[in-house]
Design a protein around this ligand. Structure first.
Ligand SMILES: C[S@@+](CC[C@H](N)C(=O)[O-])C[C@H]1O[C@@H](n2cnc3c(N)ncnc32)[C@H](O)[C@@H]1O
Length: 228
């Protein structure tokens, strides 16, 4: 049996995530929402499209209510979403049943920090995630997490918010604070700092800023496994 009772949810307690998704209208998502989401995440999804062959299997980590997972299925991928919170994962399942019925998409209750023990090497063509890595408490923890992910997939495509005035406003915090007004822990480094933290992976880092006042400015990052 899956026992995730003692696992810490990245960023804060699980209830906070559910409340945040609801407050951003991102919990029970509609087709219109997903269409807009795909348009707004043009760089992120475009990079997946460029790197990963159609029909391949993708692992979407910390999937939340499934907006990335559903977008990827719409692009023709086969998707497994994992999340640590059973309630949020249940919502992802319901969203997928309603919006992409009969498509190759499934969800599993799993801890991102143990995926190297749960899945085989190259079981997935890529791992994707959005807004997850900034919730680790140190650069070293971020690197460990990414190393584990590269054990099971040759590519990782992910995004993180970075330090801009807009993001500080959205998270309701001063530049040097680690917790926002929403009580969630986040690293909010600038692009140079993320480049330094990820240097060993030789990352591709591209800015994806959003004109929508409610959407964070992000860095989209691609890592490729380096065979030794
Ligand atoms: C910032 S949200 C990102 C959700 C999704 N990427 C999106 O944009 O809708 C973080 C999600 O990660 C999940 N999570 C937190 N810690 C996790 C862990 N250790 N393993 C798997 N999922 C986790 C939370 O339950 C939450 O749904």
């Amino acid at each position: 049996m899956n026992n995730l009772n003692n696992v810490e949810s990245l960023g804060g307690e699980a209830w906070k995530w559910k409340q945040l998704f609801i407050s951003r209208n991102a919990y029970e998502v509609t087709e219109v929402y997903i269409t807009k989401w795909q348009q707004r995440n043009y760089t992120f999804l475009g990079l997946v499209d460029l790197l990963v062959n159609p029909g391949s299997r993708i692992l979407e980590a910390g999937c939340g209510p499934g907006r990335h997972a559903i977008s990827l299925v719409n692009m023709g991928y086969s998707v497994v979403g994992i999340d640590i919170d059973p309630e949020i994962m249940g919502q992802a399942q319901r969203n997928a049943e309603r919006l992409v019925p009969n498509k190759d998409i499934s969800f599993q209750l799993k801890d991102l920090n143990k995926i190297h023990l749960e899945f085989q090497r190259d079981e997935f063509a890529a791992i994707t995630h959005g807004g997850l890595m900034e919730h680790y408490h140190s650069a070293q923890e971020i690197r460990y997490a990414l190393q584990k992910q590269l054990m099971i997939a040759p590519y990782i495509v992910f995004d993180v918010p970075y330090q801009t005035d807009k993001n500080c406003g959205l998270f309701d915090r001063e530049n040097d604070q680690l917790f926002g007004g929403d009580g969630v822990f986040r690293q909010l480094w600038d692009k140079d700092k993320w480049s330094e933290v990820l240097a060993e992976f030789k990352p591709l880092i591209i800015r994806e800023d959003h004109t929508d006042p409610g959407m964070t400015d992000d860095l989209v990052i691609v890592l490729k496994r380096r065979e030794s």
